[in-house]
Design a binder for this molecule. Sequence first.
Ligand SMILES: Cc1cc2nc3c(=O)[nH]c(=O)nc-3n(C[C@H](O)[C@H](O)[C@H](O)COP(=O)(O)OP(=O)(O)OC[C@H]3O[C@@H](n4cnc5c(N)ncnc54)[C@H](O)[C@@H]3O)c2cc1C
Ligand code: SF4
Length: 324
Amino acid sequence: MKEFAYQRATRVREALAAGRDGARYLGGGTNLVDLMKNGVEAPTRLVDVRHLPLDGVREAPDGGLVIGATTTNSDTAAHPEVRRRFPALSQALLSGASGQLRNMATVGGNLVQRTRCAYFADPSASCNKRIAGSGCAAIAGEQHNHAIFGWSEHCVATHPSDMAVAMAAFDAVVRYETLDGVGEIPLAEFYLPVGDTPQRETALPPGALITAVVLPKEAISPRSRYRKVRERASYAFATVSVAASLEVHNGLVRGVRIALGGVASRPWRARAAEAFLQDGPATADRFRAAADAELAAAEPLPGNGYKVKLAGNLIEAVLKEIHA
Ligand SMILES: Cc1cc2nc3c(=O)[nH]c(=O)nc-3n(C[C@H](O)[C@H](O)[C@H](O)COP(=O)(O)OP(=O)(O)OC[C@H]3O[C@@H](n4cnc5c(N)ncnc54)[C@H](O)[C@@H]3O)c2cc1C
Ligand code: SF4
């Protein structure tokens, strides 16, 4: 590990002033420190943001929720209003990592965590995300856990966060601050398309500090669900996951939200499935057909065709579970 400076910030402006020139913000450190240990990340300075006044969940003026960026994954998952209004978010968080990790991991760090593509974490492998233009070892290598949507010839990795999948389904908005002022990015635009620049992952401006995530009132979904398929029962990243909510009145779908995890470089909002279901009958056949409509656009790699069937089955199963 290369030498680095450490600075604990207690005010946002102080953090922003220090968060430049090769510095990185330090949340729980559960991803960043691992990557520093194996040489993938080498910041000049860690700016510890956990003592900033950005902790906790509070009411948004419009009736939604504002989750501070340094709120731990455990506290977010356990918050009574998160559990009541956005249960899929609580379930997504609780499906991730372990109790110890969730006690350390923060909302800001969870959003910006890096891919779990094994070649990315191996400095001896070629990886465009780690070193732009160096190639992609996964294209001709091990790819059973890689993307089936939205990949490019330059990178086929998936985004690892469970939390972000639920937030995508709920149309969350990321709030950030820079030395020039404050800004907001809808989660749908937060993760950049892979294209030929997989090393650029988010739309955050350079040096931006995430300060909060807003969950809008319109997305309140007490009957939402998150389900995750993984290679072992706990302590594993998603092979495929689904966050969904469904509102049915008089047998007709009047509101539906579906997002997939483990299938793309960002949480994948299943817009085709949602459009298929909206205002139609809420039946098992239609749930299956909606899943098929979404998966028709999948582009599996030679090593991960199984994810197409898995994702379709999971969408259908979660919608049936909510509607039961
Ligand atoms: C063994 C293991 C298993 C795991 N399993 C899962 C799993 O199943 N599902 C899952 O979703 N995750 C899983 N994780 C990942 C875990 O959720 C992330 O490591 C964690 O959420 C990152 O949060 P952190 O606060 O520790 O981030 P850090 O490691 O501190 O930071 C991560 C990145 O975010 C940046 N950052 C931190 N805070 C901010 C901020 N406020 N503004 C801007 N940038 C910021 C940092 O500079 C860094 O680039 C696992 C991790 C481990 C080690
Ligand atoms: S899939 Fe992406 S992260 Fe993995 S080796 Fe290729 S470029 Fe790197």
